[in-house]
Design a protein around this ligand. Structure first.
Ligand SMILES: [Zn+2]
Length: 357
């Protein structure tokens, strides 16, 4: 298999950290993932309530040390302190960014553009409260990966699938629209044109190739990652000759990613299926010209040119991310010690960090 640089890896399942490391080691070997970016997801939304996991950032930084020198970690902002004024909040985000970079993070992950989270937070992504934060990232050339919007079917009651509805992904009129979310990011980039922003999941921009093209043309420092939701690839296939030209033209602006996780180990066969599901799909799609199925849907691979595949799988991330920043182990220790005593944080994982760094 060709080695890949997976720019989109999470560690959100409730698996003890020791086991997470063991699972990842096997999974990276199985998928020939030679470099990886651990993306922190401290906030989740369910039924209109935002939950916060205070250990996400420190775990990502720790995983980076276990997979050194091949691993990178992107931090997530913590939205604590509800009583803060806008100015105080803006300074708090800046401070978080400065601390994260001093600690050895390599960038930021923002899930704030996820419709459910954006709705509950009620703060536009381009709100001035984030200006100091974005300016700092812009001035210091720090990359940020943002999850923005979702498949457009999620806004359409006639097209949204039953599963998406069941897990609360349908966006009725109480949610920001897809156009509004994209408009907010356009505003961010008007204020911060040099921000090195990557939209995850191809920015959900594969419905009209003109939209994807306009996005990349309008914002020259941005990129898109190919992490599959599934629909992007099938959308591309319906207009493949044009998408092939697009991928050649923008080959330096696209990053490989799979939404990889340390998957809970049940039995070998089911676990292998979970691990291989998306990486296999991406590889079959780009590397072969034969027929396969993904989640019950038949597709034929598009077999891109080798040189284009190399850019997407490897070269672009190496160019954009450089070498991983060194981790400040004393910061990691201090954070683990602080979280050890915090209610709601997993003390066993924090102890494990303290015992193994
Ligand atoms: Zn993700």
């Amino acid at each position: 298999m060709r080695a890949v640089f997976d720019s989109h890896v999470h560690y959100s399942f409730a698996i003890p950290l020791a086991e997470t490391v063991t699972l990842f080691r096997r999974e990276f070997a199985m998928t020939d993932t030679a470099r990886m970016v651990f993306l922190s997801l401290p906030h989740h939304e369910k039924n209109g309530v935002l939950t916060f996991d205070p250990t996400q950032n420190v775990k990502g930084l720790y995983l980076k040390t276990r997979f050194a020198l091949d691993a990178y970690a992107f931090a997530g902002l913590e939205h604590t302190g509800t009583a803060l004024s806008e100015d105080e909040r803006s300074r708090m985000y800046l401070l978080q960014a400065e601390r994260a970079m001093a600690a050895g993070f390599d960038g930021f992950k923002m899930l704030e553009g996820y419709p459910g989270i954006r709705k509950v937070m009620g703060i536009p992504l381009c709100h001035p409260v984030y200006d100091r934060f974005y300016s700092y990232l812009e001035e210091n050339r720090i990359p940020v990966v943002m999850h923005l919007a979702n498949p457009e079917e999620y806004w359409d009651p006639d097209r949204v699938d039953e599963y998406a509805k069941k897990v609360g992904r349908f966006c009725d009129e109480t949610y920001p629209t897809k156009a509004q979310l994209h408009g907010e990011v356009d505003e961010i980039l008007k204020k911060h044109p040099k921000l090195r922003l990557t939209l995850a999941h191809f920015g959900f921009l594969t419905y009209r190739i003109e939209d994807a093209e306009a996005w990349l043309e309008r914002h020259e420092n941005t990129m898109l990652d190919i992490t599959p939701g599934g629909e992007q690839y099938f959308n591309m296939l319906s207009d493949w000759p044009r998408w092939e030209v697009f991928l050649h033209k923008y080959r330096s602006r696209i990053l490989y990613g799979t939404d990889f996780y340390a998957f809970p180990y049940n039995d070998e066969e089911r676990w292998t299926q979970s691990v291989m599901n998306r990486p296999r799909f991406v590889r079959q799609f780009f590397e072969t010209n034969t027929e396969h199925t993904y989640q019950g849907q038949l597709f034929c691979g598009v077999k891109l040119d080798d040189a284009v595949i190399s850019d997407i799988y490897w070269n672009n991330a190496v160019r954009e991310y450089g070498a991983p920043k060194p981790v400040d182990l004393s910061y990691l220790r201090q954070e683990a010690e602080r979280l050890l005593t915090l209610p709601g944080a997993d003390a066993d994982d924090m102890r494990y960090i303290l015992n193994t760094i």
